[in-house]
Design a protein. Structure first.
Lengths: 524, 489
């Protein structure tokens, strides 16, 4: 079996293993699920070393016929961007599974089943280079997440679950029409039925078609990001989801939207991308400020973090639509950062929620006295979220602002105000929960982080510091991914970038071709 | 043209002959073997199995037999496959149901086989007379089957309603057919097509098309000819409802395609326009009405109306791709719809009717496999991958986009998003409600086999639909779609 398939199907095999265990035997189920989730992460680690940042092609390519009569293929491959997201997914997946040990006591078997199936869905979406296959995985994620919120969620779970489901579904079915339009256009041009994304990226589509397809994709991806005004499902889903669900939702699922823009919308539809820049910039700026202001007003801890997500993801979108290499690089790095810090913040809420069963911020206060380790981790993640230098958030926000500044100084000014507001709501949250005296008697005896809980935070702390101090390996890995977009969207930048090699011409080597020679050959 | 039937025709009618002989055998066996409930069930299955096997003899055949009354081609073969699979699944779920209801099995299985025979003739009929005879054979069997549970008032009501409205619609259909015959001087669809070239403006021909659309629209339960469906579906015995919603629909679509694409391709501008309006109305009304239903059978009735709307998109597209997409969808629909009905039959116990939505409460606790199966069928009906329903919808909407009916596809996908609301509600009852009002569902080997078949097909055709796609494409090619395309250009 090839490498990417191995990563892809490890969680699914875990799900099958869980299926075979008697439902009474809850600890065995927990162990097996943890084992497979961890194995999934360990298996994906070599991706970091085997991925060759110099090779502009998609790597580890696997290509098999799937439905030949319509040209659909089982076509997987990664570039630096998707490789990083895949590792983020396997890491957050294993953390989510580990964090659920004590939190989930009912219907344990189904819980881990859904969590592991969800994992395969997410990984598949990041690997697929066949549009139909991508869509398949994209939709496969929907059902397990729906169950996670609907069965194991808190009070308003049924409403939140169906809202999440229908919102994302409407977006994705419209996106499907866009995919079909591209598919038939590709056939009319080339005479070959194919869902090959790398082929679509070479098409020069008429503007009219681009415009409509962009709109269809926009609906699918923007709801997932989520961009203002499509964000209303997110606070509900986040608040009512169990901790692991929120972590996965924030750290990985939201990235599906931004991944979709960078992988599909921008390189396939460059002209329409330019046409939509004003709209998306305005929506992003509204999202940044509005998300932050609403977060300031929250009384519910989890809802506050949810709205901070809206604000942060809007920043990611703004950086992307600066449409220059710095902005897009920042956007990608900030996606990872958001996964790390917001994932950790949801885990942190989960820890106290497990002890106190309330998310009201006013119920807490002075926790730093009773839970010093917890308070330290929380502080670090708060700083990471507001972009303190030496931590990961700073690098991402700096790059984004740099890119946005080139595109428009006004945008950059407003975006920077979002960062200030971000510091305001995060620090006020920290102050209200951690500092002061322990006024609520129920908080006096709270246990600090257990070893298992600390283990869920440890890798995130390491990553936050690593990206903050030495982001170079991450930046080099996304370089080719950024070039792939830039070459299509803003070729003027790619000329300067490759001027040494080929006297000012667009370097043909950065154009993706279907058949890559993966470094995986060495790995097999 | 030689008159009469040549001996070789009997060979090509082998599946139909086997089925007829089998049906008669069941009737005789019922008299000779009193109380042989299970035996009759097995016998019926054997008859269907042999007929199914005999289809294999005719793969790749493409000829007209019986003096141009019946075509034996891949198109007919595909639809025969669908109705026979539907019949097998129906018979598998019938045994348990009949015993709970205390109904006599002999006539029941005979009528199921008769209606299957009617459907097979509809699939092959290329002559108005043959098609109509097939349709009547099917319809009359269903009139009786709908009222088969004699002590049940709802069942009686369903039968009377279906009979009265059915007879009325057949009258309209026949009226339309008489126009077609009068204008062309032939009942053979393929000959008729050549006579109508250049006659597009004839108002009588337009009237004929409208009448035939209305008549067949009733059979596929398309809006505004759908009124009978919810009541009949709810009242009829559950396996009959299942068979009616799948077999009858598939056969009627086969006939519809034959009549419009082979018979009056030159009028395609008119019937496409008609079907476009009907498709939009049918999808939307079916889905919106299904939203508020609390009875599973009634909900599935409205959902089946909505599905007729999706299928009509393929007719509107009018291309080979559209026809192939319809055939794929009908095959897929057979499994998911009959699977859902199998679960409802499982819930039927002596003291519980089991077809209310609340009867599904906590099914996941009582019977995890049935709940999982139902989950799959609901997702598939809603068109969520990796189930087969997604692949079916994908190609229907794809066909619409390919033919330039983008708005139809947009309305289609929005409708499937609406539909997920009520499909997911079923899931909510099964997985997220813990009160278990009703008793544990029954499982018999036959029911389990039916359920397992449906599950495997729903998942298998969703993840690896290669063979189905190939088969549907070849089969669609044998229908004279080229004629429509030629007229269009």
């Amino acid at each position: 079996m090839s490498y990417l398939s191995l990563i892809l199907f490890t969680p699914l095999v875990g799900a099958l293993a869980v299926l075979l265990i008697n439902r009474q035997n809850e600890n065995a189920i927990r162990w097996i699920a943890n084992l497979f989730a961890l194995a999934g992460f360990v298996i994906s680690v070599p991706l970091w070393f085997w991925y060759n940042p110099q090779n502009p092609e998609f790597q580890f390519v696997e290509r098999l016929p799937w439905i030949p009569s319509v040209g659909a293929e089982y076509f997987l491959g990664v570039d630096g961007f998707s490789a990083l997201l895949i590792m983020l997914t396997t890491l957050m997946g294993s953390i989510a599974v580990l964090s659920s040990w004590n939190a989930i006591t009912e219907r344990v078997k189904e819980y881990y089943l859904f969590l592991l199936v969800l994992q395969t869905g997410m990984l598949g979406a990041f690997m697929a280079l066949d549009f139909l296959l991508f869509f398949l995985f994209w939709e496969v994620m929907l059902v397990p997440m729906y169950f996670l919120i609907g069965i194991w969620g808190s009070s308003n779970r049924l409403y939140s679950a169906i809202k999440f489901f229908l919102y994302t579904l409407v977006g994705s079915v419209v996106m499907l029409l866009g995919i079909l339009a591209l598919y038939f256009h590709n056939y009319n041009v080339t005479g070959v039925y194919s869902f090959d994304v790398t082929q679509f990226q070479t098409l020069d589509l008429p503007f009219n078609l681009q415009w409509w397809v962009f709109l269809a994709f926009f609906l699918g991806f923007a709801i997932k990001v989520p961009m203002f005004p499509f964000h209303t499902w997110l606070p509900d889903a986040h608040t009512d989801a169990p901790t692991a669900g929120s972590v996965i939702l924030a750290a990985v699922l939201l990235k599906m939207g931004t991944y979709g823009f960078i992988r599909f919308s921008l390189p396939i539809l460059p002209d329409a991308t330019h046409a939509f820049v004003p709209m998306i910039a305005v929506l992003s700026i509204i999202g940044i400020v509005y998300g932050a202001l609403v977060a300031l007003a929250q009384k519910d801890w989890k809802r506050l973090v949810a709205y901070s997500s809206v604000s942060h993801m809007a920043m990611v979108m703004l950086g992307m639509f600066a449409l220059n290499p710095v902005g897009i690089t920042g956007s990608i790095i900030q996606q990872l950062n958001h996964g790390i810090s917001t994932g950790a913040l949801f885990l942190l809420v989960g820890v106290v929620y497990e002890r106190r069963h309330t998310r009201e911020i006013s119920e807490y206060g002075g926790l730093s006295k009773v839970m010093p380790v917890y308070a330290a981790v929380f502080l670090l993640m708060t700083m990471s979220s507001i972009g303190l230098p030496t931590l990961n958030g700073f690098i991402g926000e700096l790059l984004i602002l740099q890119g946005v500044f080139v595109a428009s100084k006004v945008w950059a000014a407003v975006a920077a105000s979002g960062i200030v507001l971000g510091a305001a709501y995060m620090l006020s949250l920290y102050q209200r929960t951690m500092f002061g005296k322990v006024e609520n008697a129920k908080n006096e005896g709270l246990a600090d982080l257990s070893f298992r809980e600390f283990a869920t935070f440890a890798p995130l702390i390491v990553l936050a510091v690593w990206i903050g101090l030495y982001p170079a390996p991450f930046l080099t890995r996304v370089e080719t991914s950024v070039q792939r977009v830039i070459v299509r969207v803003s070729p003027e930048y790619s000329q300067t970038a490759s001027s040494e090699g080929s006297d000012g011409q667009v370097a043909p080597s950065v154009m993706p071709t279907p058949v890559a020679v993966p470094l995986a050959a060495a790995a097999e | 043209m030689p008159s009469g039937i040549s001996p070789s025709d009997f060979y090509y009618l082998l599946p139909e002959i086997l089925l007829t002989a089998g049906a008669l055998l069941v009737l005789v066996a019922d008299v000779l073997l009193p109380r042989g409930n299970r035996l009759l069930n097995g016998l019926t299955l054997a008859v269907l199995g042999i007929t199914l096997a005999s289809l294999a003899l005719f793969t790749g055949t493409d000829r007209e037999i019986a003096n141009g009354l019946i075509a034996v081609d891949s198109f007919a073969l595909f639809f025969k496959l669908i109705v026979l699979i539907a019949a097998v699944l129906t018979v598998l779920m019938s045994d348990r149901y009949l015993r709970v209801e205390g109904a006599s099995p002999g006539e029941y299985y005979f009528l199921i086989l008769c209606s299957t025979l009617g459907m097979m003739i509809m699939a092959g009929g290329i002559d108005l007379i043959t098609s109509f005879v097939g349709l009547e054979t099917m319809a009359v069997s269903f009139y009786i089957l709908a009222g088969f549970i004699k002590p049940n008032q709802q069942s009686n009501e369903a039968a009377v309603k279906y009979f009265l409205l059915g007879a009325f619609s057949l009258g309209i259909l026949l009226y339309g057919m008489s126009f077609l015959y009068g204008l062309s001087g032939t009942t053979n669809l393929r000959v008729m097509a050549t006579m109508f070239v250049g006659q597009e403006g004839d108002p009588l021909l337009v009237l004929a098309v409208i009448l035939v659309v209305a008549g067949l629209g009733f059979k596929i339960a398309a809006v505004p000819f759908h009124m009978w469906a919810p009541d009949v579906y709810q009242g009829a015995p559950t396996p009959v409802t299942a068979f009616l919603s799948v077999g009858s629909k598939a056969a009627s679509f086969a006939m519809l395609l034959r009549v419009f694409i082979e018979g009056v391709p030159s009028m395609n501008a008119d019937w496409r326009l008609l079907f476009e309006g009907i498709a939009i109305a049918t999808m939307t009304l079916g889905n919106v009405a299904a939203l508020t239903q609390t009875n599973m059978k009634r909900m599935l009735a409205y959902s089946s109306i909505a599905h007729a709307g999706y299928l009509l998109i393929g007719v509107v597209a009018g291309t080979e791709r559209g026809v192939a997409a319809m055939m794929i969808y009908l095959m897929v629909y057979t499994f998911m719809q009959l699977g859902a009905f199998t679960v409802i039959v499982m819930l039927r116990r002596a003291d519980v009717v089991g077809d209310e939505l609340k009867d599904l409460s906590g099914l996941n606790v009582r019977h995890p496999f049935a709940a999982f199966a139902m989950l799959l069928f609901m997702l598939s009906l809603g068109g969520i991958p990796p189930t087969a329903g997604f692949m079916g919808k994908l190609w229907l909407f794809g066909a619409a986009i390919d033919s330039g009916y983008v708005w139809l596809a947009v309305i289609g996908v929005l409708n499937s998003a609406i539909s997920l609301y009520y499909y997911v509600r079923v899931v909510v009852f099964m997985y997220m409600r813990t009160e278990t009002a009703a008793s544990t569902p029954t499982t018999t080997p036959a029911l389990n086999v039916a359920l397992a078949l449906a599950v495997v097909a729903t998942l298998g055709l969703g993840m690896y639909p290669r063979q189905l796609f190939d088969l549907a494409e070849t089969s669609a090619r044998s229908l004279g779609v080229a004629a429509v395309v030629a007229v269009v250009q």
